[in-house]
Design a protein around this ligand. Structure first.
Ligand SMILES: [Zn+2]
Length: 228
């Protein structure tokens, strides 16, 4: 078997998703060099971090963490693009496991009961065939043992791209974007709301709208990347 593997690797070597060089260890998505260059935030270990501060006055969050900083044209953009548009779902699993390990070791996230991935509009998901947040949320769920509820939040309006909306339109859109299928299950629970990239935070504010009506709910946020 090993010989067949070796021959296969000569013709189809596994390459790093960032630099396209051959990876040192079979099965790794990223080579050691690119891994060492990833812009880690360390937010999981930082109370009152930049991400948490960005939601002040918008969502009363308990804790928030992103693994990586997102910069345009940087390696993280390359990874996120492959996850979102090229169905490289293993990227979500990889970072879900990684962030899951981090928050497991942190008391600020200790009491998470449920994990809610930010949903796509059902028509859009049908067209793409997957929601790029799913494997990341599954990774987090696997590590923390908090149950993932993928169908509880529903996206009900197809939003225009954020760049094509003015502030008033964005605010109106925020009010009607998501609905919650069941409020009771989340009552007095700590929910981790999960997205792939957090940029303006308006999507998460849209999700918070129906969640804010749940009695005794506590909310925390997690994403792979955070745009600075
Ligand atoms: Zn590399």
């Amino acid at each position: 078997m090993k010989m067949i593997d070796d021959i296969f690797n000569i013709f189809f070597p596994e390459t790093c998703l960032i630099c396209s060089q051959e990876v040192e260890i079979k099965g790794h998505l990223i080579c050691f060099y690119c891994l060492s260059e990833l812009p880690l935030t360390h937010f999981s270990f930082m109370p009152r971090n930049r991400l948490e501060k960005s939601f002040r006055g918008r969502i009363p969050i308990t804790s928030a963490s992103s693994l990586l900083y997102f910069h345009k044209k940087g390696p993280v953009q390359k990874l996120m693009h492959q996850l979102k548009y090229h169905n490289k779902q293993e990227i979500g699993t990889y970072f879900g496991n990684w962030l899951g390990e981090e928050i497991l070791r942190n008391e600020r996230f200790e009491t998470i009961d449920f994990i809610l991935p930010v949903p796509m509009h059902p028509d859009k998901q049908k067209k793409r065939g997957y929601n790029q947040v799913t494997t990341f949320a599954e990774g987090l769920s696997g590590k923390t043992k908090a149950q993932m509820l993928p169908d509880l939040l529903v996206k009900i309006s197809k939003s225009l791209s954020q760049t094509h909306k003015n502030r008033i339109e964005r605010n109106e859109n925020k009010r009607i974007e998501f609905k919650l299928r069941d409020r009771i299950i989340l009552q007095d629970k700590h929910v981790l709301l999960v997205d792939d990239i957090i940029t303006s935070g308006s999507t998460l504010e849209g999700c918070w709208e129906p969640l804010s009506k749940v009695k005794g709910i506590k909310i925390s946020l997690a994403s792979i990347a955070f745009t600075v």
